[in-house]
Design a binder for this molecule. Structure first.
Ligand code: GCV
Length: 714
């Protein structure tokens, strides 16, 4: 990482820019040309010209103001910067413990008075820190929070803040709902799409610093010399933006590509093959990040194919990466049949605690099953006390309405990261057991499965951009609130009212934030409230299919396995009388989850099989409560439609119409969910739907016939 110390901005205004862009969402939250710079606050702009961060700032500034920053006309201002740089104010700062604490990626932004001028200073120990500081400063300008009294000190919560692309080399994206892959493998390395740089800039602007380019269901081809050249080309676009490149690899590559008899990690030729392959990669890409591996999961090859363990497999590849400082992210998304699926990853990994090399990190999905609308956190968080563990979140909405539903995921991730595991006593949140506070590790990390495709607006739904944004912001700071993220994103993304009056922008933004913040709970309500999970349609995971039965399918791929509905009740008994999954949690959680009275109602049917007539905390029966929850999900989406329609005169016509159309789909889908689930479960509960609730408008038999052809999504 390049070492620099300081870069300075004294900001001024000279003329507002007038750039015209189509409102197609392609600019994401980086809509600098729409920013109205408050003239009173700025009195001059300058900065070091030899720093990438400064050129990024300049790029944004010129769009905001039409002013060419850092050109000849501003050179005079630099005398002030040079004087300041030599001044003891800065000398002292450079040596301060505050600066040291910023580490390699932190920054500070501060208003100082120097030679009777108020200056805004961005300081960092590295170019990367300056880049993040610059984007932070820009964000303050974009969101109108810039002032002449700034005192910001920031450093990231995790070392690696990484996107996982589930992009296949043939251009499709597994669980991708925003078009095809943005990586144009056929054109690489010769042709570089301008989208690559735009992607890197967007990531850097929210603090992301790494990416895994290809699907965890990896083909060996990614390791061919041809693909290494393509990866190298991408890495060189991303490098200035401080983004490291990783790839997913297929464990059987030595067999498939190297033509060895097998891929047994104990076979010396296999070990040699990996060492040589890694050497070839680092020769091409010296700052290559490392590998992500899905092994012995969902049919993928792995060390267990040869009677070896996850430790054998991971350590063998980690040894190959070690001389180059490479990292191996080994996934714990495994569920060999044999027990309650929610227990399997823990059971398979817990015995390996402390046995992995120090450049291995175990990647664990937020919940014990699979990115459901709501899950309790995975019990592996905190349980591996001597092994680095990184959370894996899913930004793409596989189980949350794809890119048709407006669902802001920050509140869900905030709930996960702030959940207390009690692994090291009270306060050992999922965030704290993964960010190095409790488990000492060389590298800490957090991953998000990307929702990016080649759609013009990047993410299919305009509001799905907010989830990419939120992942970056939470990876940078797991203490930031969802509300802050929602407000920031909204004010950067819906920044220009057609009416251009201040109050109309503010009102518009308030409505959008209101929708964002309640949208996850809304989706949980119309899909799977009270701890219900995995009652989705087979394979595409879009609509409801609690009745789904595929002869010969693994039972734990079928909804009935999870809901267990019968005349007696509904839910999965994971108490000590059932699968005892509760025992994988630390006290007092395990007792709390085990006890039907103490278990949080949002997880009730996750941990308990509950009679239909069970009394909920509000006095209703479980059945009635389910009915009201589903209905309130529907009503909430209809509220969003009303709120949105009211904004028509405020929002540009393209984005308005596109969001409006998807809200209509979401409203129809919410009704579909409610009708399907209530009519189906009513065949078990045999209780009436409360009479003040809108009646179902479908026949159960008709709903059962719905078969969506969603192959194009995979
Ligand atoms: C990439 C779920 C998804 C799969 C995905 C898998 C995983 O099962 O449905 O598409 O595969 O998780 O995370 O490996």
């Amino acid at each position: 990482m390049k070492r620099t110390f300081l870069y300075l901005i004294l900001v001024s205004l000279s003329g507002l820019g007038n750039f015209l862009f189509a409102e197609d969402g392609s600019r994401l939250w980086l809509r600098f040309s729409d920013v109205t710079v408050n003239e009173k606050l700025f009195s001059g702009v300058s900065g070091r010209t030899d720093v990438f961060a400064a050129s990024e700032f300049a790029h944004a500034w010129s769009q905001m103001t039409g002013d060419e920053l850092l050109t000849q006309k501003h050179i005079a201002d630099n005398s002030l910067i040079f004087a300041l740089a030599k001044d003891k104010v800065v000398r002292n700062m450079r040596l301060s413990t505050e600066m040291k604490k910023l580490g390699d990626e932190g920054f500070l932004i501060r208003t100082i008075t120097y030679q009777n001028k108020k200056l805004t200073l961005v300081a960092a120990n590295t170019d990367a820190g300056l880049l993040y500081g610059s984007f932070h400063l820009l964000r303050m300008i974009q969101t109108n929070t810039f002032s002449d009294q700034i005192k910001v000190v920031e450093k990231p919560a995790y070392d690696l803040r990484i996107l996982n692309h589930w992009d296949n080399l043939n251009g499709t994206v597994e669980r991708g709902y925003a078009g095809r892959s943005i990586w144009k493998w056929d054109e690489l390395p010769a042709k570089l799409s301008p989208r690559y740089e735009a992607y890197a800039r967007a990531n850097a602007s929210i603090g992301l610093n790494a990416t895994v380019l290809n699907n965890v269901n990896a083909t060996p081809d990614i390791l061919t010399t041809e693909y290494i050249q393509k990866i190298k080309a991408l890495a060189s676009v991303f490098r200035p933006f401080n983004i490291k490149v990783f790839i997913s690899i297929n464990f059987a590559s030595p067999k498939q590509l190297g033509r060895l008899p097998d891929a047994d990690p104990m076979r010396p030729e296999v070990q040699k093959w990996w060492k040589e392959k890694v050497k070839e990669i680092y020769r091409a890409i010296p700052d290559f990040g490392g590998f992500l591996v899905k092994a012995n999961s969902e049919g993928l090859p792995g060390p267990m194919d040869y009677g070896r363990t996850h430790v054998d497999g991971a350590n063998m590849i980690a040894d190959a990466l070690k001389p180059y400082g490479g990292l191996l992210m080994w996934r714990a998304f495994v569920y060999e049949p044999g027990d309650d699926r929610a227990k399997l990853a823990y059971k398979e990994f817990i015995g390996f605690d402390g046995k992995f090399r120090d450049n291995v990190i175990i990647q664990v999905k937020n919940g014990p099953i699979d990115f459901q609308p709501r899950e309790p956190f995975s019990p592996l968080f905190g349980a591996m006390k001597r092994t680095p563990v990184m959370p894996e979140l899913q930004i793409t909405q596989e189980y949350l309405g794809h890119s048709n539903h407006l669902v802001f995921l920050a509140p869900m991730w905030e709930e996960v990261l702030k959940s207390d595991t009690f692994a090291f006593g009270k306060g050992s949140t999922v965030a704290a057991v993964t960010d190095g506070t409790f488990v000492k590790t060389k590298t800490t990390a957090i991953a998000g499965v990307a929702n990016i495709g080649d759609d013009i607006n990047w993410t299919g739904h305009h509001f799905a951009q907010a989830n990419w944004y939120a992942f970056g912001r939470q990876a940078w700071s797991h203490q930031i609130t969802s509300k802050q993220i929602a407000e920031e994103w909204t004010s950067m993304t819906f920044d220009k009212s057609q009416q251009t009056t201040k109050s109309s922008i503010v009102n518009c933004q308030l409505s959008i934030v209101e929708i964002l913040l309640s949208s996850h709970e809304t989706c949980v309500n119309y899909m799977m409230p009270l701890g219900l999970h995995h009652i989705f349609a087979w394979d595409h995971h879009y609509g409801p299919e609690p009745w789904c039965d595929i002869p010969g399918a693994r039972p734990d791929w079928l909804p009935k396995y999870y809901h267990n509905a019968s005349k007696a009740g509904i839910g999965f008994d994971r108490t000590d009388k059932g699968s005892n999954a509760v025992s994988q949690y630390f006290s007092p959680l395990r007792e709390q989850f085990n006890n039907i009275e103490a278990c949080p109602e949002k997880y009730l049917l996750w941990f308990h099989h509950v009679p239909w007539s069970h009394k909920m905390k509000n006095g209703r029966t479980l059945w009635d409560e389910l009915c009201y929850r589903y209905d309130s999900g529907v009503q909430q989406v209809r509220e969003y439609q009303k709120l949105w329609d009211k904004l028509e005169s405020e929002i540009d016509s393209q984005r308005f119409a596109e969001v409006q159309s998807r809200l209509r789909i979401q409203a129809r889908d919410a009704v579909w969910w409610k009708n399907a689930i209530l009519l189906y479960f009513q065949t078990y509960s045999q209780m009436p739907i409360p009479f003040d609730i809108e009646r179902p408008v479908h026949e159960l038999d008709d709903l059962k016939k719905i078969k969506l052809d969603m192959k194009h999504h995979n």
